[in-house]
Design a binder for this molecule. Structure first.
Ligand code: 1MF
Length: 188
């Protein structure tokens, strides 16, 4: 996983809980890396160990940490680091999601070690769509849900996300039903 992800986790923990908690998480995860380099690639295992350790140290379910992290990563880490790349992906939520694979492909051109998941949109309606999420990495759906919620905030859009099919149920990918509604700009 790119350092961009692990660094995002570090930034979220340090900014919300302080460096001390982050050091505790790192030592519990037996991660000795001083500082994550955003553009370096690290074994996925490091990310999983950090999330599991954070779950113990902060006494929070790992799924809650992953969702909070996904939202933070989208709104801060990815936006600060790759605002222009994100802007190119679309002006609204459905457009962005339909361009997600292109966004990953564009990054992959410069960073071949990227191992992105794949996203496919179907059943596109005015205010809903189905997002098919294919990944070799298990257990990161809550992180993607958090990213999608972050995306909703970025686009001033109310988002409701339901997992409608999953690998736990024998499906070969995760299927998320997403309804999205632009927030009315002026309160009546
Ligand atoms: O693998 C999984 O099953 C879940 C992992 C999270 C999936 N992506 C997030 C996808 C996403 C979902 C919802 C909304 C927005 C999303 O992504 C937007 C995005 C995607 C990729 C980047 C990105 C940018 C630069 C990258 O690499 C760098 C980093 C620093 C300097 C130069 C390039 C890597 C990813 C930025 C925003 C981002 C991603 C993160 C890491 C990797 C990877 O390490 O291979 C691949 C993809």
């Amino acid at each position: 996983m790119f350092g961009l992800v692990n660094k995002g986790l570090e930034d979220m923990i340090c900014s919300q809980y302080g460096e001390e908690i982050w050091e505790k998480i790192k030592s519990k995860a037996e991660v000795e890396i001083e500082a994550f380099i955003s553009m370096d690639s690290y074994p996925d295992d490091i990310t999983y160990r950090l999330v599991d350790a954070a779950s113990v140290v902060m006494a929070m379910p790992a799924t809650d940490i992953l969702e909070a992290f996904g939202r933070y990563w989208l709104l801060f880490t990815a936006t600060e680091g790759f605002g222009s790349l994100m802007e190119m992906a679309g002006d609204n939520l459905p457009e962005f999601l339909q361009n997600l694979d292109n966004l990953h492909a564009r990054v992959g051109l410069s960073f071949p070690e990227l191992q992105p998941p794949s996203f496919l949109c179907s059943h596109l309606e005015a205010e809903s769509l189905k997002l098919h999420y294919y990944s070799e990495r298990p257990g990161l759906t809550p992180m993607v849900v958090g990213m999608l919620k972050g995306l909703g905030e970025k686009f001033d859009t109310d988002v409701d996300i339901q997992l409608t099919n999953s690998k736990d149920r024998g499906n070969d990918h995760q299927e998320l039903s997403i309804s999205h509604k632009l927030k009315c700009p002026f309160k009546p």
